[in-house]
Design a protein around this ligand. Structure first.
Ligand SMILES: Cc1cc2nc3c(=O)[nH]c(=O)nc-3n(C[C@H](O)[C@H](O)[C@H](O)COP(=O)(O)OP(=O)(O)OC[C@H]3O[C@@H](n4cnc5c(N)ncnc54)[C@H](O)[C@@H]3O)c2cc1C
Length: 512
């Protein structure tokens, strides 16, 4: 949608072909007051991509341009989504010195005093913390030391990665070495306690929505280095929900959007592009920008076929396994009256809240946080179910999922209101969405990022003459995997396609 927006501004005409019945892809709003999906109201929460960091300059600029408000969601008090003394969006705040493995919300230093308590379960007890030093004091000294040593090993490994993040020209023998290992094979031997192992597993879930065994060490070194995102990632939210961004763009071009139109065939040749959708309708254009996660792209029949390195690369970019489940309280965010932020983290839980064998040491819930809407009329706690937790959770009946989550929240909040206030639930499992097949993004297993031919394929946006592949998963710069990367890549693809058409002087129409 960002590409279409830019192309229209450049004077091109566009046609959007969207597989589903809504625009926005992996951003999806639900109004928790009415249950309506794809809504833009002050009672909206996001089921997909949500938070922006002050470093997400393209997303913030696009919101400004579209007249969409971005607000600081970290420190909310009842009746006001943005407290008077909280720094406003668009000011870049330095991050608090949270431990490198911390998988909770990260906050700028100058806002720590506004924080309420986070709940931490370590299996033996439940403790509260507000600052990094309180968190460290709650853990055993040996776990902290182990994690610090693992962090030192990560830093040493990062020193072997070149300055550039996504530059194919930098493939070297040391990249190859770092890409031979999974994130887990590198870290596991450096940790002995279950608590530190689980903390690290949770940290990787937070980045990849996947188990660390499946993800290349090199890929996560790039991530730790800040190639994907940086800054306090959970600070800003979009008023009306992130889906307001594509929906606002769409509102200005309704007659140019064909919903429910999955592209099944994309033919490119000397006479231009032909896209055929599921119902057989054909659209013709001079150029096409193709977007969607790798599994969706692989479902399109390209003619001529994708080049081998492109087809092979796309098969080596699996999606994370992510589900957000939200508990919605009509009574509002009542936990704040208890001095609680609404954030809950766990490295271990009693048996009834743990995974079955062979993963019985792993907690079922590892991260929940306050996701209340801008209005603050309803209180929302959202829990991330990723990797193995996702697979197990989805094997349970909806009623069992909800009663487990309710009981876990009761245990976490430890207050009679958690017993009497009955939440309702909203959930979306991205892994079973046919045009996403997972989330947050495509990641790289070992042995992909160190192959020069895959880098070549990754670097080249134009997959066939006048056919451009764009999106968060493919962005070769800051924001890869994030809304920021989707917007940056869309804008770039629009510029590239526009320039290509100018140079070949073949006319105006584009298909996005
Ligand atoms: C649970 C979750 C949490 C996340 N959290 C954050 C966060 O807090 N901050 C952040 O920045 N990012 C976050 N992300 C990631 C972010 O949402 C995505 O990276 C981004 O939205 C991807 O945008 P995209 O345009 O590249 O792809 P998509 O959003 O996937 O858009 C691709 C579009 O193409 C359509 N499509 C696919 N195949 C076809 C076809 N054959 N024909 C026609 N149309 C097709 C799809 O339906 C979709 O509308 C999160 C994602 C999820 C799901």
């Amino acid at each position: 949608m960002a590409a279409a927006h830019r192309l229209l501004a450049l004077g091109r005409s566009v046609q959007i072909l969207e597989a589903t019945d809504h625009v926005g892809g992996r951003t999806r709003n639900v109004d928790v007051s009415t249950g309506q999906l794809d809504a833009v109201t002050d009672d909206v929460i996001e089921l997909g991509g949500t938070w922006l960091s002050p470093e997400h300059s393209a997303a913030l600029a696009l919101c400004r341009e579209l007249g969409i408000e971005v607000y600081n969601a970290s420190f909310v008090s009842s009746g006001s989504a943005v407290p008077e003394d909280a720094p406003r969006p668009h000011t870049s705040g330095s991050e608090e010195a949270w431990p490198w493995w911390f998988w909770g919300s990260d906050y700028p230093k100058d806002q720590t005093h506004l924080l309420k308590n986070t709940v931490f379960h370590d299996g033996v007890r439940r403790f509260l913390f507000r600052t990094p030093s309180e968190l460290l004091a709650g853990l055993t000294r040996s776990s902290v030391q182990e994690l610090q040593m693992a962090g030192k090993a990560i830093d040493d490994a990062i020193a072997n990665v070149s300055d550039s993040c996504w530059d194919a020209g930098k493939v070297t023998a040391s990249w190859r070495h770092l890409d031979e290992e999974s994130t887990w094979s590198f870290l596991n031997g450096k940790l002995s306690s279950q608590a530190s192992k689980q903390a690290l597993r949770n940290c990787i879930h937070n980045k990849n929505a996947q188990e660390p065994e499946a993800v290349s060490l090199l890929y996560n070194l790039l991530s730790f280095k800040g190639c994907n995102s940086a800054g306090p990632d959970s600070q800003f939210r979009v008023r009306g929900g992130t889906q307001a961004i594509p929906m606002t763009i769409a509102a200005g071009m309704r007659d140019k959007i064909a919903l429910g139109s999955p592209v099944q065939m994309l033919q490119s040749g000397s006479t231009g592009i032909i896209a055929r959708t599921l119902n057989g309708t054909e659209y013709r254009a001079r150029a096409a920008i193709v977007t969607g996660p790798p599994p969706a792209i692989l479902g399109i029949n390209f003619d001529p076929p994708l080049r081998a390195p492109d087809a092979q690369l796309l098969q080596r970019m699996p999606m994370g396994t992510s589900l957000k489940i939200a508990a919605v309280y009509r009574q509002g965010p009542w936990w704040r009256e208890l001095g609680l932020q609404g954030d809950i983290l766990a490295t271990a839980l009693p048996k009834e809240f743990s995974l079955p064998e062979p993963d019985s040491e792993m907690p079922l819930f590892v991260q929940c946080l306050d996701h209340s809407p801008f209005s603050q009329r309803l209180g929302v706690i959202v829990c991330f179910m990723e990797g193995r937790q996702n697979l197990h959770f989805m094997s349970l009946a909806a009623q069992e999922q909800q009663s487990l989550l309710t009981a876990f929240l009761q245990r976490s909040f430890n207050d009679s209101r958690a017993e009497t206030f009955q939440p309702s639930f909203v959930a979306l499992n991205w892994a079973d969405q046919p045009y996403a097949r997972g989330a947050y993004t495509g990641f790289f297993p070992p042995g992909v990022l160190s192959i020069p031919e895959y880098w070549e394929a990754f670097r080249e946006m134009e997959k066939a003459p006048n056919v451009f592949l764009a999106g968060a998963d493919y962005h070769r710069g800051f924001g890869n995997g994030y809304i920021e990367g989707a917007i940056r890549d869309g804008l770039l693809a629009a510029e590239r396609a526009h320039a290509r058409l100018l140079s070949s002087q073949v006319g105006q129409e584009l298909l996005v």
